[in-house]
Ligand binder design. Sequence first.
Ligand code: OXD
Ligand code: MN
Length: 588
Amino acid sequence: MATSLEKWVEKQAELTKPDKIYWCDGSEKEARKLIEIGINEEKINGNPIFSKLNQDNWPNAYYHRSHPTDVARTEHLTFVCHPDKETAGPNNNWMDPNEAKAKLTKLSDGCMRGRTMYVLPYTMGHPDSPYSKTCIQLTDVSYVAVSMRIMTRMGKKVIDKIGNSENFVKGLHSVGDFDQNKRFVMHFPQENFVWSIGSGYGGNALLGKKCFSLRIASYQGKKEGWLAEHMIIIGIEDPQGKITYVAAALPSACGKTNLALMQPSLPGYKIWVLGDDIAWLNIGEDGRLWAINPETGFFGVAPGTSMKTNPNMIRTLKAGTFFPTLFTNTAVDTDKIEPWWEGLDGEIPKNLTDWQGNKWDPVSGTKAAHPNSRFTVSITQSPTISKEYNNPKGVPISAIIFGGKRSTTVPLICESFNWQHGVFSGASMGSETTAAATSKVGVLRRDPMAMLPFCGYNMADYFKHWLDMGKRIKNPPSIFFVNWFRTDDKGKFIWPGFGENIRVLKWLIDRINKKISAKETPIGLVPNLSDLNLEGLNIDKNNLEKLFEVDSQKWQEETEDTKTFLEQFGDRMPKEIWNELSALKKRL
Ligand code: OXD
Ligand code: MN
């Protein structure tokens, strides 16, 4: 007798009509085979899916060039299909689930013809974790199958675990014909189901990532009393060897991965990485907040990554274990057959092929690597992986950091007065946009908790859930806000950032350990300059003060803008958030 899983796979195959169905076992041998298939058989736009890179300098690394229209998340084509629009909220595109399914059924009819359907069994989270989830994704491209093996815990055992139960997260993915007019990423939270067609890009196609572990999981978390967040998880070790775990939410491409793999400039400090993108936060048996990273890899932005900005990531990328490392839409040095991107160390190679496969002309003014070109690499290759990484319970969180890219207004670091105030700061956070989504770059967009594109339900209910969580957690973590990006009169960044950010984290640890006091401002608590270790930095006094300046005029404008943003949630908005806004206005 066929199991529920087998029946479900069969049903999807009847619709999509692949030539073959291949059940993946997650083995190393299989990953090699899939790469061979990607090199020799499958094609996108007439090009092979993978090509081999220089194995001496980049061991086990492969190159992938996407369809040129398929280079980032497509938020305008991403829908959350709750039965009613209100549950999806103004933060999501909504479509009635029946209408969405009818639409996708039409588009998916025969979409895998001539292709192989890969069945990917995986868990998000350690299989022994009480917080992990069992999932199946179907896809018709080897790139996605190989990527999922890097990013999740994939293997045959998952199928045994599912057995004949219906209790698994379902994902159906096809690249279709890459037609943008037929591209959709649809979420069905009531059914734990994601259906994506027309795109092979990470955020649209690796369905365990943004689609399940954030959009669907955030909704599960709301129902079940936990949080699925767009956060890194790190352990900060001080010179005495004490490790403090923190989770930090920053919008896409705001230095999240750099923070997660930071090499601290202050002697004696170490940063241990548990995750660079997603955190699931649960209340543990002891009543505290605990975090796991459901993923097992980094899907990071390549441009700007170098031995100077993120040496531990370069080491991770070059570590070469049995997991392949993928580079997508970077440039390629045609002499050495190596990946290249703007910001990488060393001279610009003489002969480069750009991300679209054309010979690159350095005076053309174009970028050789796509600004959102990516690497996909196993976290296990990181020299700074935390020893708690595989702990099924996760790690206890002592502080939560929110942040954004703001050239003005927002100080380098600011501590919230309490949980509710912190939730308000998170709800009102804004950031100048980047290239991770297909929208305008450099405009200020409000992005609460860095979750605007990822919260799978009405954000007003999400804020309420955050407030409720605070009431249930014993000793809720302190909440901080950081901004590494404030600029001087000439538009240059004042703060050196990267490894120097440890100075800011040191202040944060000293605060949570109650070692130092702080200066009260209308927006929260900022450092007394004497408590910040600034030794060896060369920031002039005016600029230093500017880093912590709270300009009343600018903040009044900020509150107005926040109010306009939050008003879109109407009556559903918790009154605590409005109370915080009024209190802030009063303090200003
Ligand atoms: C990502 C994103 O890819 O946030 O992580 O866009
Ligand atoms: Mn992200």
